[in-house]
Ligand binder design. Structure first.
Ligand code: PAP
Length: 286
C-alpha cells in the first residue's frame, strides 16, 4: 500500500475537492488559492508582537471553543476588553489571520489593534512568519482525534453545501490529505516540532477536564484564572443557545453560526466509521 506521501505525490497539485471546488497543493498542504495568497501576505506583512496570542488549529478540532475560552479569560482580566460572548459567536471576537486580516487586504495595517491581540489561523506553522517562533508571542494549538475531526468536517460540508457526499469517498480523501489544510498529521507535526514554544490542548482533554485546562491556558497567558465562570460561559450548551436565541447569522465563510455547534462530543466517529475504515486509516499512518 502507498504511504501517505506516495498518495500525495500521485494527486495533481491542483485537485477538485469533494465539495466546493479547487484546492492547490502548496508546500505540501491543500488550500483554496486565496488562502495561499493570504499566507504570502502574512509572511510579508505580519510582525508578531511579544504580546500577541495565536490560536492555531486544523479545521474542526475545537477552534470555536478555544476562541471562546481565550477571549473569555482575557475579558475577565481586563477592564478594557468588552467583546461579549453573551451575544457574539467566538468567530466574531477572534479574527483569522488568513481571512478577516490579511485575506481581505494583503498589506492591512493591524498596528491599531489594541494589545493583547488575539488571532486565529488554520495555516500550518511553515506558512506563518518565522518570527512567530522567536518573537515571544504565545501560540496555543488545539488538536482532536482525527476520526472525530473528519466526521465533524463531513457533516459541516454536507450541511453547508446541501450535499450528500458518501462517507466512504470523503474518508478516502481525508486519508489522502485532500481536505482544507490537509494532510491532518503533517499539520499537527509542524506545531509539535515547535512544542517548546507552543501550548498543546486536546479537545478530548478539554472535554474531560475543562477546569484544569482553563487554568493552564490562563496561566500560559499570564492571566488570573476565573475558572468556573469561564467554563460555564464557554460550554457547548451556552454558546449554542446564545447563537440560537440570536437567530440567523452567517459567518464570512458562508457557514451559518449555528453550524459551529453540532454535537460537541468525543467519539462520534463510532457512529459513522466502520472498524475496517479505522484499520485502513491506522495502517496508512502508523
Ligand atoms: P472551525 O474549524 O470551523 O472553526 P471548530 O470550532 O474547530 O470548527 O470545530 C467545530 C467542532 O467543535 C464541532 O464538533 P462536532 O461537529 O463534532 O459537533 C462543534 O460542535 C464543536 N464545538 C464547538 N464549540 C464547542 C464547545 N463549546 N464545546 C465542545 N465542542 C464544541
Amino acid at each position: 500500500m502507498d504511504t501517505p506521501q506516495q498518495q500525495q505525490d500521485k494527486i495533481s497539485p491542483q485537485a477538485k475537492w469533494w465539495v466546493d471546488g479547487q484546492r492547490i497543493r502548496y508546500k505540501g498542504f491543500w488550500f483554496k488559492p486565496e488562502f495561499i495568497t493570504a499566507s504570502e501576505a502574512i509572511r510579508a506583512h505580519y510582525t508578531p508582537l511579544p504580546s500577541d496570542i495565536i490560536l492555531a488549529s486544523f479545521p474542526k478540532t475545537g477552534t470555536t471553543w478555544l476562541k471562546a475560552i481565550t477571549s473569555s479569560i482575557l475579558r475577565h482580566n481586563s477592564s478594557t476588553i468588552h467583546d461579549d460572548l453573551g451575544h457574539l459567536n467566538p468567530h466574531e471576537v477572534v479574527p483569522f489571520l488568513e481571512i478577516e486580516l490579511f485575506g481581505e487586504k494583503p498589506s492591512k495595517d493591524i498596528t491599531n489593534i489594541s494589545s493583547p491581540r488575539v488571532f486565529n489561523s488554520h495555516l500550518p506553522l511553515s506558512f506563518l512568519p518565522e518570527t512567530v517562533k522567536t518573537s515571544g508571542c504565545r501560540v496555543i494549538y488545539i488538536t482532536r482525534h482525527p476520526a472525530d475531526t473528519f466526521v465533524s468536517l463531513w457533516h459541516l460540508y454536507n450541511n453547508r453545501f446541501g450535499t450528500e457526499i458518501s462517507i466512504r469517498q470523503a474518508f478516502d480523501e481525508f486519508c489522502k490529505g485532500l481536505v482544507p489544510a490537509g494532510p491532518y498529521f503533517e499539520h499537527i507535526l509542524e506545531f509539535w516540532e515547535a512544542r517548546d514554544r507552543v501550548m498543546f490542548v486536546t479537545y478530548e482533554n478539554l472535554k474531560a477536564n475543562p477546569e484544569e485546562n482553563v487554568r493552564k491556558i490562563a496561566k500560559f497567558l499570564g492571566c488570573k484564572p476565573i475558572v468556573e465562570k469561564i467554563v460555564k460561559e464557554c460550554s457547548f450548551e451556552k454558546l449554542r443557545n446564545t447563537i440560537k436565541e440570536r437567530g440567523e447569522g452567517i459567518h464570512w465563510s458562508g457557514t451559518k453560526y449555528e453550524m459551529f455547534f453540532r454535537k460537541g462530543v468525543v467519539g462520534d466517529w463510532k457512529n459513522h466509521l466502520t472498524r475496517e475504515m479505522m484499520k485502513e486509516f491506522g495502517s496508512q499512518h502508523f
